[in-house]
Each structure stands twice: as C-alpha cells, then as structure tokens.
Write a protein that binds this ligand. Structure first.
Ligand SMILES: [Zn+2]
Length: 430
C-alpha cells in the first residue's frame, strides 16, 4: 500500500489484529520460519537434532519452550567455528544484500526487501510526509543508521543522514533545514539543546523540532518531562536489538509500554530454564524473527530483562506491550523465584530523598531466601521518620520489583563502599 493511501492511525493491519487472529498468525509464521531454517541453516538443524526436537513439533509460541535459548556468546562461537555466519544463513551468500557488524564481532546478513516493518515504530510516533528528520545514529557497521533512515523514508518523511557526533553541524542543520524530527538517543538530543542554548539560541523559538524518536538508552521520566514540557517535543521510545536487525517494540501515543512488533515472536523467559513467563513477571527477552528469514535465529536471548502487559491500549493497537528494559540478565539475581534487578532496586531506593546509598544482601535461612536492604541516609533521622521510611520503602519495593523485602537496616553513613555491587548474594548451596 502506498504511503498516501494508508489510514492515518495505523501502519498496517497487523497492528490491530484480534487476539485469536494473532495467535493463528504467529503459529503460521513460526511453522514456516522453523521449517525454512531447519532446511537451510545447518546451525539450526544442529540445535534441533541435539535437542531431539523435530520442526513439526514447533507449531505454536508455547512449543518454542522445547528449544534452547541461543545467546550472543553462542553466536560468536559458532561464527568463529563456521565463518562468517555460523551456519545461520538460509540463502546463498551471493544473495545477501548487506552485512552489519555488532561487537563480538557478530556478522548479520540482511536482505533489503525484508525490513519495511521498522517504519511502524516511526509511524506510531507521528512521522509523516512533510517532516524533515535528522537521523543521528551511526551509518556504518551497525544497522541503526541505514535501517532507521529507510524507515523514516517509508513514513514519507525526508531523512537527513547526519550520523553521530558533530554537535554544532547538527545544530546548524536543524536550524537551517527547519528540522521537525529527531532520531537518536535522549542524551544526545539534550546535548544538542544545551549546546544550542550556549550558542545563544532560544530553542523553542529558533528551531522547529516537534517530535523525537529514541532508542539505545532508556528515557528517564524526568528527562521526558523536560523535553515535553519545557521544549514541547513529543517523545517516543523504541526497543531495538542489533543482532536481530532493528526495532522490536515501540511506544504509541499512550506512552506506557512498547507494543511488540508482529514480525518477531517475542517471549519473556526465565533465563535459566527458558520457560515462558506470564504478564508482569520479569525475565529475559527472547526473539525469533519470523519475517527476516535470511537469518535463521530462533529464540535469540537478548540478555535484556523486561516484562509484558496484556491490558488493552487506548491507541487501538492490540499487541502486548513491553514495560521497558529494567536491566541485563548479568545484573539480576533470582530471589524466591523472582528476578531482582539492581537498576530497578536503585530506582526505588533513590526515589526517597533521604536515601543516599543502599545495598541489598541476599542470604538463605532454613531453605528460604532472605532479602535485607541496607540503607544510608543523607542526614540523621528520628525513629518515627525511619519507621515511616521503612514502610514506604517496603511498599514501593514490592510494587516495582514484585518481591517482598524481609528487612531494612539503617546503617551509618559511609558504611556501604561505593564500589561494591548493589546486590550481594551471600547464599551458599550445599
Ligand atoms: Zn498503544
């Protein structure tokens, strides 16, 4: 469908599929993907054969649990053993349109015809014909620059490939071309605004920026408020993964969670067992691309931790939403079957003003995990204040991290060394 014929609200019909249609769609896509990868990618055949699973046994999303998670370290290893693609390429090498590199290195083949869907993430953020957009992601090695550039074009907007860095050239470009859209990281946009102000500009009056699309780092709520209220820039976030070639989930105007892209089957799994988790439970994001059939990755473990929500969204899109990235599997510790993530604990503790430093200690007493939060306060506090803080902290910790703190200990200022990890696991398993 040509851009001008699109309904304004949604990029395609997949975004508004009813739940049972989506389930059928996933099953169909997954069957085709698995059969294709098994037949054409030796690494995928090896995974199936080793696990004793036949492609015909993978017909639903639930069936994916039968297969192991493949991680970046596995990809690096396999690509070293069987260069350059590790046995995951499903087409003749001469048909590969472009090859991206991510640190490792990991070589990622992509066929150009297969990536139209990224545009959805920009469409939902309001990018349209008439917009002039600077794309400040890098245009070499990594897929971000080129793929996002094409997605901006697929929304009908004009793309300016400014790439990374060159702060003053970016500012002049934004000014001279009356740029309306920004694509990049939140911190880089803030750098541009601050620098423009230092150069004597009044950002709101002298520039035309209306919307910004971010990925690559989380958008802090306080920074979002500054962009939206002080500078009237409409901001949107997306979740992208280099190894699977781009954006996997994106915000709509509701801005509470990121809708999953239907061109991937995205699971939230327990990183240790690979079992799928339910709504609200924190686990690792695992991705199976079902439209980029060039690259036979099945259940790629991203190492990013998130959870999903299934509540209907007022925007009309029907896909589940990711709640945001709360950390990396390497920063998380499993306590009583739930993941406690250092960054999430930090978000809770430091939201209380008197708290200057904290540390979580996990011990095991009589077959039960005990979680103690040690807290240093900025100033001395009365017993009554401490009691109130204890109950408020416990409540918020449970609301955000979905697990109960057993105890809160107030310790002398300077007791918790800054260089120590935020979560200390003292459990022994004998
Ligand atoms: Zn929505």
């Amino acid at each position: 469908m040509a851009v001008k014929d699109k309904p304004d609200e949604f990029f395609d019909q997949l975004e508004i599929m009813p739940a049972d249609t989506r389930e059928k769609y996933y099953s169909q896509q997954l069957s085709q993907t698995v059969d294709h990868a098994y037949r054409h990618a030796p690494a995928v055949k090896a995974i199936f054969d080793k696990t004793g699973v036949r492609p015909s046994q993978i017909r639903t999303v639930k069936d994916l649990e039968k297969l192991p998670i493949t991680r970046k370290t596995d990809l690096i290893e396999l690509q070293k053993k069987s260069p350059p693609y590790g046995g995951f390429l499903t087409i003749p090498p001469e048909d590969v349109d472009r090859i991206f590199l991510s640190p490792g290195p990991v070589y990622e083949p992509i066929q150009h015809a297969g990536i139209k869907w990224f545009a959805k993430a920009f469409w939902a953020a309001g990018f349209r014909r008439g917009d002039v957009v600077i794309n400040t992601f890098t245009y070499h090695l990594s897929p971000a620059g080129i793929l996002f550039h094409e997605a901006i074009r697929d929304c009908g907007a004009t793309a300016v490939p400014t790439g990374t860095g060159n702060t003053e050239i970016q500012i002049q470009t934004m000014h001279d071309l009356k740029v309306t859209g920004f694509v990049g990281t939140p911190s880089f946009l803030m750098t541009l605004i601050k620098r423009a102000e230092e150069m004597g500009y009044n950002f709101r009056q002298d520039f035309s920026l209306q919307r910004a699309w971010f990925t690559g780092e989380p958008l802090a709520p306080s920074l979002r408020k500054t962009f939206e209220e002080d500078y009237q820039i409409d901001t949107y976030q997306a979740y992208a993964v280099t190894e699977t070639g781009g954006a996997l989930a994106y915000e709509c105007r509701e801005k509470s969670g990121m809708h999953l892209m239907d061109e991937y089957v995205i699971e939230i799994v327990d990183p240790e067992t690979g079992k799928q988790l339910g709504p609200g439970e924190i686990g690792e994001i695992a991705v199976t691309p079902v439209h980029n059939k060039v690259w036979g990755l099945i259940r790629f473990g991203t190492g990013d931790l998130s959870s999903y929500i299934v509540e209907p969204c007022s925007c009309g899109r029907t896909a589940k939403k990711l709640t945001g990235i709360v950390g990396r599997t390497s920063d998380a510790v499993k306590v009583r079957g739930m993941f406690v993530v250092a960054r999430q604990a930090e978000q809770v503790c430091l939201s209380f003003e008197p708290v200057s430093r904290f540390q979580i200690r996990i011990a095991r007493q009589e077959q039960r995990d005990e979680m103690t939060l040690k807290v240093e306060l900025e100033h001395e506090a009365t017993e009554k204040d401490k009691q109130k803080l204890t109950s408020d902290l416990k409540q918020k910790f449970q609301d955000v991290c979905r697990i109960k703190l057993d105890q809160i200990d107030f310790v002398e200022k300077g007791t918790i060394p800054e260089e120590q990890p935020k979560i200390v696991d003292e459990r022994t398993w004998e």
